[in-house]
Ligand binder design. Structure first.
Ligand code: TYM
Length: 342
C-alpha cells in the first residue's frame, strides 16, 4: 500500500535525470556545478541519478579501474547528499535500453551536427590518431539517457548545455517523424558554480584530466591539501577582491567557489571582502569554506565505501526502477518505429 502511494506521488512530480562519468574522484567543479543542485531537487522532483559508465569507454580506460571507480562514485554520490531514500541511483550499463534507444535516435541524427559538437572536436584532438565512432555518437547516447525516462529537467554544468540542445533537436525530430512521444527536456544550470575553473589555470575548467593536479580539489583531499591548493591558487596582479572574469579570472573563480558554497550571490561575496587590501585573508576564507563543505563528505564517503552490501542494495533498487521505466519506453518507441512487438 505504501509503495502504491509513493508511486502515485511520483507520477505527479516532474522527472529529473542526470549523471556523471565515473572517472573516480568527484572534484569541486562537479560538486558545485552539479551534485549540489541535484541535492536541492530531491524533495520536489522524481529524481533519477546514474553513472555514465557506457560514456566512459569512449576514451581509453583500464577495465578494472572503471569498475572500481563506478562503485567509488556511488559512495561519493551518497556522501555528497544524494539520499537513496529520496531518489534512484543506478549504473547506465546495467539498464537495457540506453544503447537500444541510442540506435533508434542515431537514425534521426545528422552526422554533420555530431561533427560540429565542441566536445567531439576537443576530445578527438586529445586522443590523437584513433578517434572511435563512440566519441562521435556520445551526444546521441546522452540524448537516449535523458529521453528513455522522459526527463523534464536535466541539472548540469555549463559545459553540457550543447548536449542538451542536441537532445531537444533529436526529440523534436522523433516527435515530428513518428508522433509526439518525448518531452523536450530543459537544462537546469545553477546561478553560481556552473563553471568552476582550474586553480592553476583559471581559463580552463576544473577537470580530473588536468595535468596540474594542484588545480583540482577532490572531495577525498585532506584539509591540509585543500588549504594548500586554495591558498596556492594562481591569482591576478593587484590586490582588490573584484569579480572580473576577463581581467581577474583567478579571483573571480575563487569568488564563484565561495558564493556557491555559501549559497550567496557573487555581489554579496564581493561585498563581504570589500574591505580587504590583500589576497591572503581572502584565500584563507575561501579555504575555510571549502574545508567546511568537503570534510564531512570525505568522512561519510570513508564509511559508505566500506559498506559494500549497502551500495549493492542501493544499486539493486535503482536498477529495478530504472529498468521498469526503460522497458516501458523502449516498447513504445519500437512500436512507433514499426518493429514487430508480438
Ligand atoms: P561529467 O562527468 O563531465 O560531469 C558531471 C557534471 O559535472 C559538471 N561539471 C562541472 N560543473 C562546473 N564546473 C566544472 N569544472 C565542472 N566539471 C564538471 C558537468 O557539467 C556535469 O553536469 N556527458 C556528461 C554525463 C552524462 C549526462 C547524461 C549528464 C551522460 N549522460 C545525461 C546529464 C544527462 C559528462 O560527461 O559529465
Amino acid at each position: 500500500m505504501e509503495k502504491q502511494a509513493q508511486k502515485k506521488e511520483m507520477d505527479n512530480k516532474k522527472v529529473v535525470l542526470t549523471g556523471m562519468q565515473p572517472t573516480g574522484k568527484l572534484h569541486l567543479g562537479s560538486l558545485l556545478g552539479a551534485l549540489d543542485n541535484w541535492c536541492r531537487m530531491l524533495d520536489s522532483y522524481d529524481c533519477l541519478f546514474f553513472l555514465a559508465d557506457q560514456h566512459a569507454i569512449t576514451m581509453p580506460h583500464v577495465p578494472a579501474e572503471l569498475r572500481r571507480n563506478a562503485m567509488d562514485c556511488v559512495a561519493q554520490y551518497i556522501a555528497c547528499g544524494l539520499d537513496p531514500k529520496k531518489c534512484k541511483i543506478f549504473l547506465q550499463s546495467q539498464i537495457i535500453g540506453h544503447a537500444e534507444l541510442m540506435w533508434v535516435l542515431s537514425c534521426l541524427t545528422p552526422i554533420g551536427q555530431l561533427e560540429r559538437m565542441t566536445q567531439f572536436k576537443d576530445k578527438s584532438k586529445k586522443v590523437g590518431q584513433f578517434v572511435c565512432s563512440g566519441l562521435l555518437f556520445y551526444p546521441i547516447l546522452m540524448a537516449a539517457d535523458i529521453l528513455l525516462y522522459n526527463a523534464d529537467l536535466v541539472p548540469v554544468g555549463e559545459d553540457q548545455k550543447q548536449h542538451l540542445e542536441i537532445t531537444r533537436d533529436i526529440a523534436q525530430k522523433f516527435n515530428g517523424t513518428y508522433s509526439d512521444m518525448f518531452v523536450l527536456p530543459e537544462p537546469y544550470i545553477g546561478q553560481t558554480g556552473a563553471r568552476i575553473m582550474s586553480l592553476q589555470n583559471p581559463t580552463i575548467k576544473m577537470s580530473k584530466s588536468d595535468k596540474n593536479q594542484n588545480g583540482v580539489v577532490y572531495i577525498t583531499d585532506t584539509n591540509e591539501i585543500i588549504r594548500k591548493k586554495i591558498t596556492g591558487a594562481i591569482t591576478d596582479s593587484g590586490n582588490d577582491i573584484a569579480f572580473d572574469e576577463k581581467n581577474k579570472p583567478g579571483i573571480s573563480n575563487l569568488l564563484n567557489i565561495f558564493a556557491a558554497i555559501e549559497g550567496i550571490s557573487i555581489e554579496e561575496a564581493v561585498r563581504q571582502f570589500s574591505s580587504l587590501t590583500s589576497y591572503v585573508p581572502f584565500k584563507q576564507a575561501v579555504a575555510d569554506a571549502v574545508i567546511g563543505k568537503i570534510s564531512p563528505m570525505r568522512e561519510k564517503y570513508g564509511e559508505i565505501v566500506q559498506d559494500k552490501d549497502y551500495m549493492v542494495e542501493v544499486l539493486r533498487a535503482g536498477r529495478e526502477e530504472a529498468q521498469r521505466r526503460a522497458n516501458k519506453m523502449i516498447s513504445k518507441v519500437y512500436r512507433k518505429v514499426g518493429f514487430v512487438m508480438e
